[in-house]
Design a protein around this ligand. Sequence first.
Ligand SMILES: NC(=O)c1ccc[n+]([C@@H]2O[C@H](COP(=O)([O-])OP(=O)(O)OC[C@H]3O[C@@H](n4cnc5c(N)ncnc54)[C@H](O)[C@@H]3O)[C@@H](O)[C@H]2O)c1
Length: 307
Amino acid sequence: MRILITGGAGFLGSALANTLITKNHEVLVLDDLSAGDPNRLSPEVLFHRSTITDRPKLWTLLQGVECVYHLAARVVVAESILYPREYNDVNVSGTVALLEAMRDVGIPRLIFASSGAVYGDQAEQPIAETTQPNPLSPYAVSKLAAEHYIHTIGALWGTTTIALRIFNAYGPGQPLLPSHSPVIPRFLSQALGGGSLVIFGNGQQTRDFVYVSDVVRALVTALTTDNVDHCTINIGSGTEVSIKELADEILAQTHASSNTLYSPVGSGGVSRLRADLTLARKVLGYQPEVALKEGLRRVLEEDPRYR
Ligand SMILES: NC(=O)c1ccc[n+]([C@@H]2O[C@H](COP(=O)([O-])OP(=O)(O)OC[C@H]3O[C@@H](n4cnc5c(N)ncnc54)[C@H](O)[C@@H]3O)[C@@H](O)[C@H]2O)c1
């Protein structure tokens, strides 16, 4: 198939692009490089630097495409609280711009990277897709709004749409950001740099950490699965790990003598997250394969930053 990945130079998009290439698909990537790096991509991937709202560029790139993976987005929760309009522009208006271009060109299938963040705080765990979302940040709102747009417009215009609500993905190459970095690269660099591991809050908050290859397998399966039209599906590990437990595991695996420090928690975060995978198992045959311990071992082995 000829496939377009928006945001394909990012952490998840590049892993997806490089996997699709090994399955003999023709892969095009559109990314404005605001957070991406084209050097992550296999040479066979056709890379185009452009923003998601550039209509003429979208039209050109969409010619002959059979499926679009839409991953381009601003992704930092704390930043979204400071710049909600920017998050709306890229994550919501950008999605609508893509949908219009897909309609004009006649693209039959869209797979969207949504987020477990849409659930916010929920008393019931694990969280099933039928749970009423409770977004706690503009980032989460933007992902939920984009989901509604793709399913509603997809139904109106006859496009097959699938949204995968990805929980906390991690793996080799996950960027370490100067501020508000994802927790695993931050803890790893703190441990290996001999610094303290800084835990925001009391460390009892939990996350569902899912290894990158499990996410990519779910995305690839969604390419050809039938009977999932306008469906929203959780993708996680199905387990929850507290941030304190994560810190302890990282200290054990890195053999670091660092201590843990506690710092006040920011807003926009949630207390517990654990994905219910019943629907993913049923419609995608999805089963997570890499547990956190093994995933961290692979990150330490494969990511040159941690050697
Ligand atoms: N990593 C996770 O844990 C996780 C969890 C849930 C959902 N997601 C979703 O998966 C997708 C990929 O996430 P990621 O972790 O790889 O993040 P990422 O920041 O590495 O990737 C996003 C990519 O989008 C690109 N981009 C941003 N704005 C753009 C624009 N206006 N036009 C074109 N490209 C643009 C960036 O340059 C970047 O390469 C995002 O949509 C994110 O919301 C990720």
